[in-house]
Design a binder for this molecule. Structure first.
Ligand SMILES: [Zn+2]
Length: 574
């Protein structure tokens, strides 16, 4: 049974329509046909000469009713579709089509299903009197009917062309439970490489990241390892759609891989999942959606596995030694969250048609560029650390644009106000917290640098002068405009010591109070003591600071026209 937190492997996510080329006719396929008794097949299976599916116990997906009706058909001597086998070099036969039917027969004879549950007939419509009976409880005649029931068996002999077999199997594969790509690969290319892929799919950390408890029934987990291996071996630069062929080619190429190649792949895979677990933990390979105009809060798509993200993260971290990323784990996580909420080309390249060349190339290129930038610099990156973000968030989780509460820290973006004021100094007064949505919707018209502060902004220094009535105040920082305005009001005896708290409509926060505490008891993030003993909260974005300044003036009956600001921009380098 699927667990609550289990991922869905959405087939719809699977790449664009795949086209099969025409069968090439100069290659040959050899078959033999026979009618085989269930008993004979059963014995062959017992002797390990007929392989239903490696790991087949876990891949039986029929329910009891369906299996029971097959037994009923046998007793009634109704024909069933042909069973297809492939004879291999090792002298064994592998089932290509007919797994579910054969497992049903074998399980009934054994008295139990592969999962250990008892097999008693159920849901029969014609032979109703047999419901609840097990094989042993049937009379001899009925048992014989089943054991000597014949089915047509078509066997592809071992000298057949492999590639061609694969194509033929694909076309055959139209039964009620068709084999998917990975199940087919498993049949045809079984050997050390498939064994390695299966081994890696069982890695504890890998299963943890995928949220899988048991092997995935349809081998989606093994296919993901194969997909990683293909990108790892071939690189995304040489990717050619469809994805299915890209993976097939890799498996064919490495079918008999050397121990050295196996070691390299195993080590790369383990490095990747270990790093990814450190950075993303349970949110690995999941999409983060920013909020929208109605609800500014963003959210994780916690149940949906994103193959595009999987491709780029596995690739990058398989090829980068862990010690190179060790100092940047938080920044890498922030950077990917930022891409998933701000970069529309990137979003497009992980959301839609993830198997097309253009989308593959786009998502790898954008990600690699960001990633290289993050870990490439030898200097301490000049960015707001996650620690600072956490501090600000803990002190006050309000969005500085819409003033509503930001529900989770992952949804909080740290916005730099550098280009307006300060030459990008990374100090709390220069940072504001916003919803990712709010930040994005603003940045559409006025692109704000979110994490990286370009080096050159350091050379720019702004100074500003605040004119209020006949007074002038030089202001180095944005908050000084608000602060000096409050002081100006105090000096004119307008803002008095008993004028607290001051709170504007629509804001949950106090602007002024007699102690540096907001209405909810939280401390002011950037309190400045005023000369009349009150405190003013100056932690806000520039626009909001100006807005509060005007509102404060108007609250005390002073027209906003009496205030003006002169900006002066100097180049510190010159
Ligand atoms: Zn907001």
């Amino acid at each position: 049974m699927p667990q609550d937190n289990e991922l869905t492997f959405d087939e719809a996510l699977e790449e664009e329509e795949e086209q099969l080329g025409p069968l090439i006719t100069n290659r040959k396929i050899y078959t033999k046909q026979a009618d085989a008794e269930v008993d004979g097949l059963y014995r062959k299976h017992q002797r390990n000469k007929l392989i239903v599916q490696p790991d087949f116990q876990r891949h039986f997906i029929w329910d009891g009713k369906k299996a029971s009706r097959l037994i009923e058909s046998a007793i009634l001597d109704i024909p069933i579709p042909s069973i297809y086998l492939a004879e291999e070099q090792d002298g064994r036969e592998y089932v290509i089509d007919g797994q579910q039917r054969l497992i049903s027969f074998f399980s009934f004879i054994d008295g139990k299903f592969p999962d250990g549950k008892e097999f008693r007939l159920t849901g029969l419509k014609v032979l109703q009197e047999l419901n609840t009976r097990s094989f042993k409880e049937l009379d001899q005649h009925m048992q014989d009917k089943i054991l000597y029931y014949k089915s047509r068996v078509i066997t592809f002999t071992s000298e057949s062309d492999e590639q061609l077999k694969f194509e033929v199997f694909e076309r055959l594969n139209t039964g009620s439970v068709s084999l998917n790509n990975q199940e087919l690969r498993n049949c045809i290319y079984h050997g050390p490489y498939i064994d390695l892929l299966r081994e890696l799919s069982k890695e504890e950390d890998f299963r943890y990241l995928l949220g899988l408890h048991d092997p995935e029934k349809r081998m989606g987990d093994i296919e993901l390892v194969a997909r990683f291996a293909a990108f790892y071996h071939v690189t995304y630069l040489k990717y050619k759609p469809p994805m299915k062929d890209f993976i097939d080619n890799d498996i064919r190429m490495y079918r008999h891989l050397s121990d050295k190649d196996a070691r390299a792949l195993r080590s790369a895979f383990k490095t990747a999942i270990s790093t990814i677990k450190s950075i993303f933990d349970k949110s690995a390979f999941k999409r983060y959606l920013r909020g929208d105009g109605d609800d500014h809060n963003g959210k994780w798509l916690a149940r949906q596995f994103n193959k595009g993200l999987y491709d780029i993260l596995m690739y990058t971290f398989a090829k980068t030694p862990k010690n190179r990323v060790y100092n940047h784990l938080d920044a890498i996580r922030e950077s990917l969250l930022d891409l998933m909420t701000h970069d529309d080309s990137f979003i497009n390249a992980i959301d839609k048609s993830t198997g097309s060349s253009e989308m593959v190339l786009t998502r790898f290129k954008i990600w690699e560029e960001h990633f290289e930038h993050l870990i490439g610099s030898t200097k301490e990156p000049r960015c707001f650390s996650s620690k600072l973000k956490e501090e600000i968030y803990r002190a006050d989780p309000s969005c500085m644009i819409c003033e509503q509460r930001i529900q989770t820290i992952d949804d909080a973006a740290l916005d730099h106000i550098h280009q307006y004021w300060m030459g990008g100094k990374t100090i709390p007064e220069n940072a504001r917290l916003t919803h990712r949505y709010c930040n994005w919707s603003r940045s559409k018209s006025n692109r704000v640098e979110i994490i990286h502060v370009p080096e050159k902004t350091e050379t720019r220094v702004h100074s500003r002068t605040l004119f209020l009535g006949n007074d002038r105040y030089p202001c180095k920082y944005a908050w000084e405009i608000l602060f000096n305005t409050a002081e100006w009001l105090i000096q004119r005896n307008l803002l008095k010591a008993h004028d607290f708290p001051i709170q504007f409509p629509g804001s949950k926060r106090y602007l002024v109070n007699n102690n540096p505490l907001h209405a909810n008891g939280k401390e002011f993030f950037a309190p400045k003591p005023l000369s009349n003993g009150l405190y003013i909260e100056v932690h806000a974005g520039t626009e909001q600071l100006l807005n509060n300044t005007y509102r404060l003036l108007e609250k005390f009956g002073v027209s906003r026209d009496r205030l003006s600001i002169e900006e002066d921009m100097k180049n510190a380098a010159s």
